[in-house]
Every structure is written in C-alpha cells, then in structure tokens.
Design a binder for this molecule. Structure first.
Ligand code: BGC
Length: 531
C-alpha cells in the first residue's frame, strides 16, 4: 500500500512537472469563467435621451473638448442604448460566460437621488439583462463606472462625505430592480482612476486637487462601497445569494536594477494598498506605512493635520471585510527607485504627488502600447495576485479587466492576440503553480469605445466599431476569434485555422508556439499580402 501510494505520488510529481514544462499545455479549469467588459458612458450614447440628466463626462467633454485627444465625446459612442441587441449578439457569438457592463447613474436616477426612477432607464437595463440571460450569458453589473450625475458633482461629488449615502441609496435602487437576475456585482470601478487620476490631472469632474481632493475622494469611495456591500449583504443576499465587490486597478511595482524592495513595497502600498487594506486586511484602515508618510509630509508642508482623512473606529469596522472576492483590473507596471535629488517625480496616475519620493521607470524590453501610460508586462499580473494573497490572505480573485489598445484599429490585431495569450498564460501559472484561486477573466473591451481622454483614437475592442456608420457596425477582429477559441477550449494556444469570421482577414490566425506554427505563420503572412 505504501509503495503504491509512493508510486502514485511520483507519477503525480513527474506528471505535473512534465505537464508544466510547456505552459501552452495547461488548461483553464472547467468552472473558470470568461467574459468581456464595457462601461455605460463609453458605449451607450443617448446622452440626453428621454429624462437622462448629464453626467460629469457629458459636461467635461462638451465644455473642454480640448482635453480629449480627438475632441470627441460619448454623445453617441457605440449607440448601445439603441443597439444593445447587437451587443448581446456579439457577446453570445464569442461564447462568453458573462458580460460585464455598467449602469449609468444619471440615466436611472436623473436627479442623482432616488426620488424618481427613470422608467426609460429602468427598462433599458432590464431588457439588456433579460436579453443576456436569454442568450445564456450571465450579466455582471458595475453600479458605478466614473459617470457621476453632474447634479451631485455640483454638491461636491466624491469630496463630499454625504456621497457615501447618496451612492448607497442609488445602489439599493439598482439591487432592488435587478438583484433577482444579477448574481455578480461590482459596486465601484477603479476609484484610483476617478480619485487619483481625476483630481491629479484635472479631468472630469475637472477639479484639480492633487493633495487634498484625491484623498477625500478615496476615503468616501471606500465607505460608499462598504455601505453598498452591507446593503446587499443584509437586504438582498439572503434571498438572491449573489456576490459583491469592487474593481481595483492596480499597477505592479518592482525595484529597478538599483532599486530597493522597500521602495517598491511603498509604491505597492500606495497604489494597491490604499484601496485594499481598508477592505481586505484583518485590521482595516489605511496601510500604516502610507498613513504615517502622508501625516509626516502634511505637517512638514505646514498643514495642521494629515491631508489624508483618518477613518474613525466605526468607519474601519464598517469597511473591513466588505468583499466576496477580489475584483482586479490590471494593465501596466513600473520599476521603482528612490528619487535622486533634483529629479522630477511623477507618473500617471500619481503625477503631481510628492508623497512617495519615488522615480518610476520601465524596462526597455517591455513593449509599448498606446496611450502614453501603457507598457506591457504580463508577469506583473501574476506577481500582483500573489502579492495580494500574501498581504490579505487566500480569497477568490476575479480579473475584472485587462486588455490592450492600438491606434490603427487593424482587424488582424496580432499584437492583441499576443497580449491576451501572454496574460492568460500568467493566469494559468497563477492557478496551476501558485495555487491562487482565480475564477474569472474579463477582456477589456468587447468593442471599440470612447476611451475617456483618448477619445476614439484608442482601440481596445475585440470587435472593431465603425463610428462613421449609422448602425455602428461591429466587426470581429482576429483577437475575437482567438478569445472565442480560448473560451471554447480552455486553452491559450491559438487555433491554426478558424472558420469563424467572414471578413477574409480574421479567419486566419497567427500561431507562434512551435515550428509547425511558424511555418503556418509564414504561410499566412505571405497569404495576407494578397488579401
Ligand atoms: C477602465 C476603462 C478604460 C480602460 C482602458 C480601465 O482602467 O476601467 O474604463 O477604458 O481602463 O483605458
């Protein structure tokens, strides 16, 4: 019996070493879920249809077109308000398990408050949810993705502490309308963008306050999330058994060749810890190292108290533990080292912040993608998940966004295929080697959209959208064919040939995993020249 067990163990070890030799042989577990994401302002259009009120993005794009790279706005975008059935169709064509979309607060609650629910807004999301369910696709809903009602901004927006109640009231309306059909919820998408980036760069809501505003926003965003989570937990979970968390965008930081781990860790605590520690750590509250640092700097600068508002004991308890999984958005990474004297510090999304005294760089071998902030480092995704698990303990990780853009919008987007393949490879390694409990992967984005200050220039879509066409024709790219294959097979190896598309380009895929594929690739390269 002992010998028998021993040989089983040896076979298991040899088997797993052998099987892990080649990552392309690893597969996603059958329960793993694949999806794609969008956000209301970026795709819906219909900015002033029926009783919808303006959001901060409507106002910002209309009043400050010079701050958008192509002067564009989301007034019509992909026209998903009218063409949502097309979205459901392409989501179903991809075979996705879920589709993550967001609800527009000013569309559902035109005053920003629940005194009146828009019947057009309510119907729109209800039909979308029903359409997805009828197509066998699970709706994953983001309650807030940066499009605050302007009426609330006029009252201070995310810098007003009352916003956590306004948001909680809004979230309760959303849950009461859709929790019977939606089981996975994201309360808030990327507070780091609408707090740190917005208040630093002065993009919507066009308030520049890199030393004060961003910290008020951060604290209120975390409390708003916590209140919404508790509402679901108490009033809806017992009946509907869904899961709720927020989505954090985190950059991965590691020391450059002269850098110290301690400095990289400080950057991680600032970039990721500030949005995680209050929720996911056992003790709650701000990461202690950051709290001390900002307090010290504030006093040195002549402020009477820390610019970072403290959590009260009640707020610590309120916020701590308000999660059902970790929603992670990952795009890019930086190297860190202590700033040398006189060196200019600052990088998106932390530019203008004197707190860290860290210089951020990149490795020459990291490929560059547009826009300006985007350096590709797939391994960062794996490191990040391990770091988060080490910091906050074992939990479920749900990758709620990753993806890459280009400016030329080509259909045969081999760079995007490579991006997804390499990031999915890191997810596989996280699952199989690091034993991280990753349960889902979300491609950003389903189709080209309005990319905030990068307007329509940045193309992130698995599907290209023809913005000059009244019908906003959606056309699958090679990456759509690739992703569809991943979803169907659970394998990241590109198919050699796909009969999926009819556009004469996307029906052939690059595959560079072995010599045979290389030959196929050369064949296709030559062949494409005749397309
Ligand atoms: C945001 C999206 C955005 C994407 C690409 C993410 O941080 O959630 O709204 O379009 O990045 O910039």
């Amino acid at each position: 019996m002992y010998l028998h067990l021993q040989s089983v163990f040896i076979i298991f070890v040899v088997g797993s070493v052998w099987s892990h030799k080649n990552v392309s042989e690893l597969k996603f577990p059958p329960w793993f879920k694949f999806g794609a994401a969008t956000a209301a302002y970026q795709i819906e259009g219909g900015w002033n249809i029926s009783d919808k009120s303006p959001s901060i993005w409507d106002v910002f794009t209309h009043e400050s077109p010079g701050m958008i790279s192509d002067g564009g706005a989301g007034d019509e975008a992909c026209d998903s308000y009218r063409l949502w059935r097309e979205d459901v169709k392409i989501v179903a064509d991809l075979g996705l398990d879920f589709y993550r979309f967001s609800i527009s607060w000013p569309r559902l609650l035109p005053s920003g408050f629940p005194d009146r629910i828009s019947s057009a807004g309510r119907r729109y999301y209800s039909e979308l949810i029903d359409g997805l369910l009828a197509a066998g696709v699970e709706p994953v809903v983001t309650v807030y993705h940066w499009d605050l009602p302007q009426s609330l901004q006029d009252l201070g927006g995310w810098t007003n502490p009352l916003i956590s109640d306004w948001f909680a009231d809004y979230a309760r309306v959303v849950f009461s309308l859709y929790a019977d059909r939606v089981k996975t919820w994201i309360t808030i998408n990327e507070p780091v963008i609408y707090c740190d980036a917005s208040y630093t760069m002065g993009v919507a809501p066009k308030v520049q306050s890199p030393e004060i505003g961003l910290y008020l926003c951060k604290k209120h965003a975390l409390i708003a999330h916590a209140k919404a989570w508790r509402i679901y937990d108490k009033e809806f979970k017992p009946k509907y058994h869904g899961k709720v968390s927020l989505s954090n965008l985190i950059m991965w930081f590691e020391p450059d060749d002269d850098g110290e781990e301690e400095v990289a860790e400080l950057a991680r605590q600032y970039g990721g810890g500030m949005y995680s520690h209050p929720i996911y750590s056992k003790e709650g509250g701000w990461p202690p190292a950051i709290e001390q640092l900002i307090a010290k700097r504030s006093l040195e600068q002549g402020y009477p108290r820390s610019r970072l508002p403290a959590f009260t004991e009640h707020e610590i308890q309120l916020t701590r533990g308000t999660y059902d999984f970790y929603g992670l958005n990952y795009y890019t990474a930086r190297l860190t080292r202590r700033a040398r004297s006189g060196e200019r510090i600052g990088i998106w999304p932390f530019s203008g912040i004197s707190e860290l005294n860290i210089t951020f760089t990149t490795r020459p071998e990291w490929k560059k993608a547009p826009p300006f902030w985007f350096y590709i480092y797939p391994e960062g995704l794996r490191h990040l998940m391990t770091w988060l698990r080490d910091q906050y303990g074992d939990m479920e990780f749900f990758i709620t966004e990753t993806g890459v853009s280009d400016y030329d919008g080509r259909l045969h987007d081999v760079d995007r295929v490579e991006y997804y393949q390499k990031h999915l490879e890191q997810v596989l390694l996280s699952i199989h080697e690091d034993h991280v409990n990753v349960t889902g992967f979300t491609a950003w984005t389903l189709m080209d959209d309005f990319e905030w200050i990068d307007g329509y220039r940045s193309k992130f879509g698995l599907y290209a959208v023809d913005f000059s066409d009244q019908q906003r024709r959606r056309t699958p790219r090679t990456s759509a064919v690739y992703y569809r294959n991943v979803v169907h097979t659970g394998s990241i190896t590109p198919p050699k040939y796909s009969p999926y598309s009819d556009n004469g380009v996307t029906n052939k895929i690059f595959s560079c995993t072995n010599l045979y594929s290389l030959i196929i690739t050369v064949y296709y390269v030559l062949d494409f020249q005749n397309c």
